[in-house]
Design a protein around this ligand. Structure first.
Ligand code: ZN
Length: 135
């Protein structure tokens, strides 16, 4: 498995609307989509920069994964997402290499991508997402 590019960088924020203002007014990027992902308990906002996206993540629930992350570590970079071809195979290879999978099989993420997370304990401290755009 070789990732083709960084699909997106996930950034945990407390307040999505406030954060969008920073990325738009200060950095000069344009938010092109806001989407709620219910099973992750997050609201996301997307920005395109080159072929990479920034994905801002605001928790919609006090017990959601993003709320817990911010409680422990504060706002900031939450995960890196690598684009891969053949995500099922990539997961199998990861597992064979002793990498701990959070998602054994891909599931649907924002923007209709197939996604799966790898545990930061086995990826040198970086919560890692593999994703693939299908169809
Ligand atoms: Zn992501």
């Amino acid at each position: 498995m070789t990732p083709t590019h960084i699909e997106h960088i996930g950034i945990a924020v407390k307040d999505l609307q406030e954060s969008i203002k920073y990325y738009e007014n200060v950095l000069g990027l344009k938010c092109y989509a806001v989407e709620e992902v219910k099973d992750q308990k997050v609201k996301t906002a997307f920005f395109m920069i080159g072929q990479t996206k920034l994905e801002l993540l605001e928790s919609t629930s006090e017990d959601g994964p993003i709320a817990k992350f911010i409680e422990k570590k504060g706002e900031g970079v939450h995960h890196l997402a690598f684009a891969v071809n053949g995500i099922e195979n990539a997961l199998k290879q990861m597992e064979e290499n002793g990498i701990q999978l959070i998602d054994k099989t891909p599931r649907k993420g924002a923007e209709g991508l197939d996604i799966a997370f790898l545990h930061p304990k086995s990826t040198k401290g970086v919560l890692t997402e593999l994703c693939e755009k299908k169809g």
